[in-house]
Design a protein around this ligand. Structure first.
Ligand SMILES: Nc1nc2c(ncn2[C@@H]2O[C@H](COP(=O)(O)OP(=O)(O)OP(=O)(O)O)[C@@H](O)[C@H]2O)c(=O)[nH]1
Ligand SMILES: [Zn+2]
Length: 350
């Protein structure tokens, strides 16, 4: 399980497991009962979710520079999920179809009747040994791993977890090293650059050209431990971020929800960033072993010699020999094994 006949790890293509979970119909109902097609639904982009209320933008340019936007400014619409969608989850980043009152006028409520197929889904589990996954953000094409160079100190375990999550979700990672005034980035860069992970270095009030270039025209999700300077950077990248967020709050009317959920913000130069609240941990219980391994490209190469179904933790594992032969750093193998072990309940803290 978890690999195809050629031993390659399976990639998730069924981005929405709820789509395929078919419920047995209630006897008398004809099986061919068709749902309304809602051909009149307008396209919208979900920028915030708060307890059953979805803040959606109608007419937003999701990729590419806003200069290319021809029509009028996007309209912010509050919507609820239509009954017919059942338990289907809707998250920030989703593209949806809206019916009903989508004027965006105060006290109006549209209905989401459709969720477009997703190009990616970033998920985490509550715990490593918990396979129940929580979808976080849909359709992102870049995962920005925000790490302070000091205060708080970098947490390599967390970085590696996020790299696994990015690989599993088929999202490109970007290491964003903040607080460069406090410590040099050399050590972290030396650790991740050989793995092909791109990086940018930022500091408060510093030049943001490097990170802006990486974010331009893309849908990036920012994840980091609390206190790494994520808000400081977001506010510098999106000068009216605070206003946008409080506007969203005003629409949903539920006070400050920025600390508890993700919010999508448009970059002045085009593209979107999805800011997520600071995380303490990032569970990987839902990731198949082969995808954990595949996120370690320096080791995955050596694992082709492993016995079929290798847990990569037992005495038959060929990775010990691979490392002994000098193909990879023993610390990397230790990291991989710690991660795999934590999925069986062992602690894996920084
Ligand atoms: N020295 C230094 N301090 C910074 C820098 N960027 C942010 N800080 C400080 O670090 C602290 C945390 O910054 P925030 O931007 O609030 O961090 P955050 O990641 O958004 O944290 P949460 O809101 O808890 O998720 C604040 O006291 C900032 O002033 C930096 O480049 N250098
Ligand atoms: Zn093995």
């Amino acid at each position: 399980m978890g690999a195809d006949a050629g031993g390659r790890p399976l990639k998730r293509r069924d981005y929405d497991e709820e789509d395929v979970r078919v419920r047995p119909g209630k006897g008398s109902r004809p099986r061919t009962r068709r749902r309304p097609t809602h051909e009149d639904a307008v396209e919208a982009f979900v920028v915030a979710v708060d307890r059953g209320r979805y803040t959606c933008l109608v007419g937003a340019e999701i990729a590419g520079p806003p200069a290319r936007r021809r029509g009028p400014a996007p309209v912010e619409v509050t919507a609820m999920k239509a009954r017919e969608l059942g338990r289907k989850g809707i998250v920030v980043g989703d593209r949806v179809g809206l019916v009903g009152d989508h004027s965006g006028r105060p006290d109006t409520l549209a209905r989401i009747v459709r969720v477009e197929p997703r190009t990616s889904m970033l998920r985490r589990s509550a715990d490593d040994n918990d396979e129940v996954e929580r979808p976080i953000v849909a359709n992102a094409d870049q995962l920005v791993i925000v790490t302070a160079l000091a205060d708080p100190p970098p947490r390599p375990r967390m970085i590696e977890r996020l790299l696994v999550a990015a690989f599993d979700a088929d999202i490109e990672p970007l290491l964003c090293l903040t607080k460069a005034d406090l410590a040099a980035p050399d050590e972290l860069v030396a650790r991740y650059a050989p793995l092909g992970v791109p990086h940018v270095v930022v500091r408060r009030n510093g030049d943001l050209t490097g990170v802006r270039d990486r974010l331009a025209g893309r849908l990036s999700v920012l994840v980091g431990h609390s206190g790494v300077g994520k808000s400081t950077m977001v506010n510098a990248l999106v000068p009216d971020a605070g206003r946008a967020v409080s506007h969203v709050n005003a629409v949903t009317g539920r006070g400050r929800h920025t600390s508890s959920s993700a919010v999508a913000l448009e970059l002045p130069g085009g593209g979107w960033i999805i800011d997520t609240p600071g995380v303490r941990s990032f569970g990987l219980g839902h990731v198949v072993t082969d995808n954990v391994l595949a996120a370690f490209p320096d080791l995955a190469e050596g694992a082709v010699r492993c016995p079929k179904g290798c847990t990569h933790r037992g005495p038959d594992c060929s990775l010990d020999a691979w490392v002994a032969e000098g193909h990879a750093d023993p610390l990397r193998l230790a990291t991989l094994r710690r991660l795999l072990a934590s999925r069986d309940g062992a602690a894996d803290d920084d």
